[in-house]
Ligand binder design. Sequence first.
Ligand SMILES: CC(C)(COP(=O)(O)OP(=O)(O)OC[C@H]1O[C@@H](n2cnc3c(N)ncnc32)[C@H](O)[C@@H]1OP(=O)(O)O)[C@@H](O)C(=O)NCCC(=O)NCCS
Length: 146
Amino acid sequence: MGRGASAYFGTMFDVGSQGRVTLGEYALVHGARIICDSTIEIHDYALISWNVLLMDNYRVPRDPDARRHLLERVPVLSDRRLDGNTEPAPIVIGRNAWVGFDVCVLPGVSVGEGSIVGARSVVIEEVPPFTVGAGNPARVIRTLQR
Ligand SMILES: CC(C)(COP(=O)(O)OP(=O)(O)OC[C@H]1O[C@@H](n2cnc3c(N)ncnc32)[C@H](O)[C@@H]1OP(=O)(O)O)[C@@H](O)C(=O)NCCC(=O)NCCS
């Protein structure tokens, strides 16, 4: 946590043994779910609104048999952790970016410096710096002054 960073009540950190979440200076996270097995970087002055999901790993296999076996194992694990050995991919939320409420950011995606992600968007690819991205899937709807 950087100087002046905040993670408000309701923010959930589900961080695996190799995971690392960083909040830059004056970054503010307001009740997000953060699921991290590699790295999730939230840079300085980034604002993450209510109920956002940042997920660097799906944790669940696509193959139905493998998924069933995973679910059978969960009840006998001491931590009951759902972990299908799937590959994580880092997430970066750039400096001064603003991620609107109910947004879902998928593995391997970055939101560029100064950008805005519209409410309820699903971010499946990079939102370039100083743009507004919105929708499902999120697309650039405008560019911003630097
Ligand atoms: C994205 C946002 C900032 C508006 O940006 P804007 O540049 O003023 O966009 P506009 O309202 O002019 O809309 C431009 C287009 O994007 C679409 N759009 C805007 N927000 C959208 C969203 N969240 N999801 C999908 N489409 C969206 C509009 O329908 C419009 O489409 P059209 O050109 O086909 O008519 C705003 O809609 C938003 O989602 N704000 C987030 C608010 C929030 O989360 N607040 C939490 C408090 S921290």
